[in-house]
Design a protein. Structure first.
Length: 144
């Protein structure tokens, strides 16, 4: 999967998009990509990336049945430190692999950035620091 991501990411970024996530299902027969860019993603963006990647995957000899390209949605996953910094000021739901001293693993609050391998979140008027390496999953909380 890492090799496939290493091949797909430069194509997507070369087109001006960010590869948010790459998933494979059915033994690699279905490939699903989530892309983003400032201002959001439209259907034409997904179609352009799909066309380009179809050609690249064919040239590289990658055998698959289905390719899906989509936006990450309102509850966008956060994976890298730059994601946490970019969405500073927005609400997020973060689940850690290991609990903190109080036994808590889930943190919901306002992102305050990321630096030096730590994510800052404000919860109930208090700022907590979470180790980026220990984040199991994190998503934005949509405000509708």
């Amino acid at each position: 999967m890492a090799a496939l991501e290493a091949m797909v990411e430069p194509v997507v970024s070369g087109m001006g998009y960010e590869l948010v996530e790459l998933q494979a299902a059915n033994g690699g027969r279905m490939l699903r990509l989530f892309i983003d860019k400032p201002g959001g993603i439209g259907v034409e963006d997904c179609a352009a990336v799909s066309r380009q990647l179809s050609r690249v995957l064919e040239v590289e000899g990658i055998d698959y049945d289905r390719l899906e390209v989509s936006s990450p949605g309102l509850d966008r996953p956060l994976r890298k430190g730059v994601d946490f910094a970019r969405f500073s000021g927005q609400r997020a739901d973060v689940r850690m692999r290991t609990p903190d001293a109080t036994g808590r693993r889930r943190f919901v609050g306002v992102l305050r950035g990321a630096a030096e391998g730590r994510v800052s979140m404000e919860m109930d008027g208090q700022t907590v620091q979470l180790a980026l390496d220990d984040v199991e999953r994190a998503r934005l909380v949509p405000e509708l």
